[in-house]
Design a binder for this molecule. Sequence first.
Ligand SMILES: NC(=O)c1ccc[n+]([C@@H]2O[C@H](COP(=O)([O-])OP(=O)(O)OC[C@H]3O[C@@H](n4cnc5c(N)ncnc54)[C@H](O)[C@@H]3O)[C@@H](O)[C@H]2O)c1
Length: 238
Amino acid sequence: MSFGGKRALVTGAGSGIGAAVARRLAVGGADVILADVALQPIEELAQEIGGQPLQLDVRDEEQVAAAMAGLDVLVNVAGIGSTTTAPETPLDVWEDVFAVNARGTFLCCKHAIPGMAERRGGSIVNIASVAALVGLRNRVAYCASKGAVVALTRALAVDHVADGIRVNAVCPGTVDSPWVRRLVEDAGESLDALRARQPMGRLGLPEEIADAVAYLASDAAAFVTGTTLVIDGGLTAA
Ligand SMILES: NC(=O)c1ccc[n+]([C@@H]2O[C@H](COP(=O)([O-])OP(=O)(O)OC[C@H]3O[C@@H](n4cnc5c(N)ncnc54)[C@H](O)[C@@H]3O)[C@@H](O)[C@H]2O)c1
C-alpha cells in the first residue's frame, strides 16, 4: 500500500502500536508527523524512519487544533489503561482515562476533519480495543472509554461520508507492547502465562495492527467506513 504524497499524523507514535503504525506509513511513502506526549521516543524514531516529531498532548484542545491542519490520514493511537472495577475506581482515574482515550480521539478528529473536508478526502483510523466489544475484568474505565471510541467512529463516519472522509476503528486483542509488558510485570504474571491464554498461543505484534491500519487508511479501503476491524487472533470469537 502506497502513501506517496500523503500527509499523515499518528498520535501515541512514541511506543508500541503507534510506533509500528508510523513506521508502516513512512515505509509506504507518507510524510508522517510522529505525535506523542513524550518527546524523546518520537525524536529517536524520527531519526530512524524520517518524519517530524511533534510533542502533543491529545487532551489539550489548543495543542491539538494547532497540529491537525492539512492531513490526509489521521491515526489516533494514544491511549492509557485502567486496572480496577467500578467501586475501586476513583472519579479522577475514570476522567483521566476518558480524557486521553475518548476526549483525545474526539479532539483530534474534530480538528482534522475541516481540513480534510476542504480537500474532499481523508481517512481517520481510531485504535479502540476488544475491550469495547467484550467485558474485560478489572478494566471498567478502559472498556467504557474504548466503547466510546467505537461509537464515536460510527457517528463521525455517518456525518462526514459526504465530505469524502472515511472513519474506521481497529480493535486489537492482546498485543506485545511496552504497555502490556508493564501490565504483566505489575501483576506479577509471566508473558508465557499471558500467551497461553490466547487462542493462537501468542500475542499479536504491533506490526500486525499496523498492517490493518495501513489497509483502512489506504485507497484499498475506499468503500470502507464506519466499521470496526477486530485483529485479535480469535480472542473474541470464543
Ligand atoms: N497493547 C495492547 O494489547 C492493546 C490492545 C488493544 C488496544 N490497544 C490500544 O492501542 C493503543 C496503543 O497501545 P500500546 O500498547 O502501543 O501502548 P503504549 O503505552 O506502548 O503506547 C501508548 C503511547 O501513547 C502515548 N500517550 C499517552 N497519553 C498521551 C497523551 N495524553 N497524548 C499523546 N500521547 C499520549 C504514550 O506516551 C505512549 O507513547 C492504546 O490506545 C491502547 O488502548 C493496545
